[in-house]
Design a protein around this ligand. Structure first.
Ligand code: M6R
Length: 606
């Protein structure tokens, strides 16, 4: 969480930092700040405030700021409340820094280095600045190495030393930092969205290396004093993918991008009609040598894993478990060398997923990561990686990243079934051919957005909502419910339809709308019985069902007809419909859809 940027070059740094921070704001948006290095050196000028980058812009714009080197930060509060003092950058003696992560032993450090009386904030980051200052005797490398040896926790630091004008330093453990040379200077940031307008090449700063950048050069030195060459990667998305493109919110734009993202992925990851992961170097042995699969992920990525589980169990006939990554290690997971662990993550930086993956690997599991962001920590940790290539997802609520994970699980299941002999080549091709109809089905859902907007009006005043479904529809209801909660702040609970009468039915009244998902032919009659149960208790039921199903439903539920595709793939159009529902409730309530309260896009703290 938290977004970091630094630049040193020929441009006016204030503008580079503020523009970059706006693009990084999805990582955290409690407060923001910049430190600008004065030409003659000395203490940088710090401007910071609680609030959004737009508020910081007002603070900075009052002044003529011509500096060309500086660092910036947009915060998601962990230690210390949201106030001007706790905003970054923090200055302590010779050191001015911004920080992403958590320093776990901050109290111990404050006592050991006699910092407590000198602090202006309640943050662990200012204490870290104090420790850096303590060790700073004119050599940034030594100072960074000694300070880092004292720290427990995760961090990405970007540091200015008062006597080194025009130079920026960085070091990281877990929390990400990327860096790049541009025609007019060098820069670094938490992720590529902030640097994509200046360069097409970047590298991920390796952990426990000291990065030094000046106006022209980049130097990377490991903790043994050895200089290392950066491993450059390409930014392979169009610049306009990280812009709103005329949409009022990123979420709407990202929902609209889904059919193309999925169609492109199906094109790129198939050959001769079969799923093909050879370009990404993923060998079939990974699929044939395992006896069970364990998916680890959080939030929407975990929900994608649940849909994947339904498909894999159906076609592969092997045990498939899906674990909340944040709970994984605490529940004595049974993983060994016969397990294929699949870590799913949009950002590739979710700390819980990363730790779960490391744990599974330590216990002998083979690993595959399903990731959107190239070169991210989980991608680097995993034995093999399949990229969803959804492009930058800026809205906190995941849409295209989630549906691209669903589509990838469809392809993965098909490839595994083919490799393991569950599918013949012809069956696999037929499966893929049907999957390729999905983008059109999703376009149809998006074209029906006015009707979904109308449905949103039926639930907008509700305080509590249930979303129900059976089998794969239950996992879709879980995702729909998460989406509604996070962007509209309505309490929404997903429930397996068959479980209602084991308790929650007691909560159903005429004031509790129920959103029912019914896309699975073999479960339909039972699902319809459950819908009748809630209707007879007074609930207003909104039905999202396969077109053919809605036509048969005699109970006259208000609803939305989802275009027919194979039952296994119905999760994709259904997900798009529920995303639109959440979006319209939120935007009609006048909320900032892209930046829900208390949340951040990338969760790098446990
Ligand atoms: O980057 P990740 O996919 O690992 O993130 C996992 C969750 O934090 C994420 O899906 C979260 O639940 C979204 N805000 C949901 O819309």
């Amino acid at each position: 969480m938290c977004g970091i940027i630094g630049y040193t070059g020929k441009r006016k740094v204030r503008d580079v930092l503020l523009d970059g921070l706006e693009l990084l704001e999805y990582r955290g948006y409690d407060s923001a700040g910049v430190a600008l290095v004065d030409e003659k050196g000395g203490e940088p000028s710090v401007y910071k405030c609680a609030g959004r980058v737009a508020d910081l812009r007002k603070v900075c714009q009052e002044k003529e700021l011509a500096q060309t080197c500086g660092i910036g930060h947009t915060r998601w509060a962990t230690h210390g409340g949201v106030c001007d003092e706790n905003a970054h950058p923090h200055r302590f003696g010779q050191v001015t820094l911004v920080h992403n992560g958590i320093i776990e032993n901050y109290e111990e450090l404050a006592a050991k280095y006699h910092l407590t009386e000198k602090l202006h904030s309640q943050t662990d980051s200012e204490i870290a600045a104090g420790v850096f200052d303590w060790f700073y005797k004119g050599d940034p490398y030594d100072c960074i190495k000694q300070t880092v040896s004292e720290l427990k926790g995760t961090f990405a630091f970007v540091i200015l030393f008062a006597d080194k004008p025009d130079k920026i330093y960085s070091v990281r453990n877990v929390s990400p930092i990327v860096a790049a040379k541009t025609p007019e200077g060098t820069m670094l940031a938490s992720d590529v969205t902030a640097i994509g307008r200046y360069t097409k090449k970047y590298f991920v700063v390796p952990e426990y290396h000291v990065l030094e950048i000046d106006k022209e050069n980049i130097t990377l030195t490991d903790f043994n004093g050895k200089q290392t060459e950066p491993e450059y990667l390409d930014i392979d998305f169009a610049l306009n993918m990280s812009e709103k493109g005329g949409f009022p919110f990123y979420m709407e734009k990202e929902m609209a991008e889904q059919p193309k993202v999925i169609a492109d992925m199906l094109e790129e990851k198939t050959k001769d009609g079969l799923p093909d992961f050879s370009k990404e170097g993923v060998p079939d042995e990974l699929f044939t040598d395992c006896e069970n699969v364990c998916v680890v992920a959080c939030g929407s990525a975990m929900h994608a894993g649940l849909a994947g589980q339904s498909m894999m169990k159906k076609f592969l006939h092997i045990p498939v478990t899906v674990e909340l990554a944040s709970e994984f290690m605490y529940n004595d997971p049974v993983v060994d060398e016969k397990t294929l662990v699949i870590a799913v993550s949009q950002s590739g930086e979710t700390i819980d997923t990363l730790e779960a993956l490391k744990y599974a690997k330590k216990h002998g599991a083979k690993s595959l990561a399903v990731i959107n962001v190239k070169g991210s920590s989980i991608a680097r940790e995993s034995g093999a990686v399949l990229y969803t290539n959804a492009g930058p997802e800026i809205a906190v609520a995941s849409t295209k990243a989630y549906t691209s994970q669903l589509a990838l699980f469809c392809l993965l299941t098909a490839r595994m079934a083919y490799a393991r002999g569950n599918f013949t080549a012809d069956e696999t091709r037929a499966f893929v051919q049907d999957l390729k109809k999905v983008p059109t089905a999703m376009e149809q859902v998006l074209a029906g957005k006015d009707r979904i907007h109308h449905i949103a009006g039926r639930i907008i005043e509700a305080k509590d909502i249930f979303m129900i479904g059976r089998g794969m529809d239950y996992s879709i209801a879980m995702e729909g419910s998460l989406k509604l909660k996070e962007v509209s702040y309505i309490h929404s609970e997903a429930y397996a339809s068959g479980e209602l009468k084991h308790g929650p039915l007691a909560l159903i009244t005429e004031h509790t709308p129920v959103v029912a998902v019914a896309t699975q032919g073999r479960l339909l009659s039972k699902e319809i019985s459950n819908i009748r149960e809630v209707k007879s208790r007074g609930a207003d039921v909104v039905l999202f069902a396969k077109q053919s199903v809605i036509a048969e439903e005699k109970e006259g539920c208000f609803g939305f007809a989802l275009p027919d595709v194979r039952d296994e793939f119905m999760c994709l159009p259904a997900a798009a419909a529920l995303q639109l529902l959440a979006y319209y409730v939120s935007s009609d309530k006048g909320f900032d859809v892209d930046k829900p309260r208390n949340l951040a896009k990338v969760v790098t703290v446990e």
